[in-house]
Design a protein around this ligand. Structure first.
Ligand SMILES: Cc1cc2nc3c(=O)[nH]c(=O)nc-3n(C[C@H](O)[C@H](O)[C@H](O)COP(=O)(O)OP(=O)(O)OC[C@H]3O[C@@H](n4cnc5c(N)ncnc54)[C@H](O)[C@@H]3O)c2cc1C
Length: 379
């Protein structure tokens, strides 16, 4: 497409990386968000996010995650901001439920992704922070770790501005035909990308809402033990513990250890205060006592209450609106979009500019729920 004027609604990681990609290609870009990018209501908020190539049998996302790691390293160089800590990621395969991890190992073998396989006894020896009871084995991915999420958004906005992109505040709405509007007028541009994350469902009640479910997620940060570095990212990897419905990240830059037990929770996106729920506090503490006994008795030092939007098959949405052909919908995060951010943004820009079409997996529908073995996220 020759030079075009584009608008991106939504300044989370999906919209921001799309806007950066459009600006890099020399197109005019205006990024619009209701609040200041980096704000605490967005799915992209909080200190950090896990990046790992672990995606079961799904080669597509595995390759994306591998590319994304390189892109984050490049962004780190370009922005001068510390965006990535390569502390590795450990995935714990629960006894009797190892299909997803078995498939991941086969994918890694096929694609040449470095990893180690550890028995329960080896986990005790190499990762003494973890109690591997009911764990059959673990896969350790050394070229994985954490992205500093909030910092990445702030650095990304500065980068977008330096590339000539505009950033403005505003609430995009839709009319009865789901056409995007701003201040009562249709949004006019060659390409309008809607990347409003979990808010997309209410904006597109016919097109997106039937495909998505918004789920609240509570996260606790627990203090590291007095005088010990064992739970810092220099000594401990990120981890995924599907059997316990949990994942976490080691302490970084003084954050404390982040542990999330995913207990699906209702959330009112605009009206709920972002305070941790008491029932989650108790469940997460029980999980920490079981899996990370060295943290038993340590104090919660921070907490976040946030949300993800799930599609039935956990594939993202990147597709043109059926009635408004210049409107591209980009989201459906399903809990795993942040790490892919730079690659996702390039891909959305490529589809938006007509470089290539929408792969079936990203189409608006129909979608079906996948079995945990088939699913790219093991859910
Ligand atoms: C607790 C938790 C842990 C996670 N862990 C990981 C992880 O380890 N690794 C990983 O890869 N992913 C992880 N994810 C998922 C990841 O964070 C999300 O997939 C990603 O941040 C989604 O980004 P987004 O840009 O689609 O949405 P958002 O970040 O929510 O951005 C949407 C933006 O749109 C704006 N907006 C909304 N409505 C309007 C409107 N009408 N007009 C204008 N602007 C609007 C909002 O203000 C917001 O800024 C996690 C998510 C959570 C909640």
């Amino acid at each position: 497409m020759p030079h075009s004027e584009t608008i991106v609604a939504g300044g989370g990681i999906a919209g921001l990386m799309t806007a950066i990609s459009l600006a890099r290609r020399g197109h005019g870009v205006t990024l619009i968000d209701r609040w200041e990018p980096g704000h605490a209501r967005a799915s992209s908020s909080d200190y950090n996010r896990v990046i790992r190539a672990i995606h079961g049998r799904d080669h597509f996302y595995t390759r994306w995650a591998r590319d994304a790691r390189l892109r984050w390293l490049e962004l780190e160089q370009e922005t001068g901001a510390k965006l990535y800590y390569e502390c590795g990621t450990l995935i714990l395969a629960t006894e009797g439920h190892c299909h997803w991890e078995d498939d991941t190992a086969a994918t890694f073998d096929a694609l040449g992704v470095p990893y180690h396989r550890y028995s329960a006894d080896e986990i005790r020896a190499f990762f003494p922070q973890f109690d591997p009871r009911n764990v059959s084995y673990a896969l350790y991915e050394p070229e994985a770790g954490m992205i500093m999420a909030h910092r990445a958004l702030i650095a990304g906005v500065a980068l977008l501005r330096s590339l000539g992109g505009k950033v403005r505040r505003g609430r995009v709405t839709t009319d009865a035909s789901e056409r995007p509007m701003l201040d009562g007028k249709p949004l006019e541009a060659d390409l309008v990308v809607i990347a409003t994350g979990p808010w997309m469902a209410e904006m597109f009640p016919r097109t997106v809402k039937p495909l998505t479910t918004v789920v609240g997620v509570n996260v606790l940060y627990t203090s590291t033990p007095d005088g010990s570095e064992a739970f810092d990212q220099t000594h401990m990897p990120c981890w995924i513990d599907h059997g316990e419905g949990s994942f976490g990240l080691p302490s970084v830059e003084g954050s404390g250890v982040k542990a999330a037990v995913v207990i699906p929770d209702q959330i009112d996106l605009d009206n709920d205060e972002r305070l941790i729920r008491q029932k989650t506090l108790a469940r997460t503490r029980r999980y920490i006592d079981k899996r990370l006994p060295g943290l038993t008795g340590q104090r919660v030092v921070d907490s976040k209450f946030n949300q993800i939007v799930m599609t039935p098959d956990t594939h993202f949405i990147i597709d043109f609106h059926p009635e408004h052909r210049n409107v591209l919908l980009a989201g459906g995060c399903s809990g795993h979009l942040f790490k892919h951010g730079p690659v996702f943004g390039d891909f959305v820009a490529g589809i938006g500019l007509g470089d290539f079409g929408t792969p079936d997996r990203f189409r608006l529908g129909p979608r079906r729920k996948l079995s945990p073995a088939e699913s790219p996220s093991g859910r």
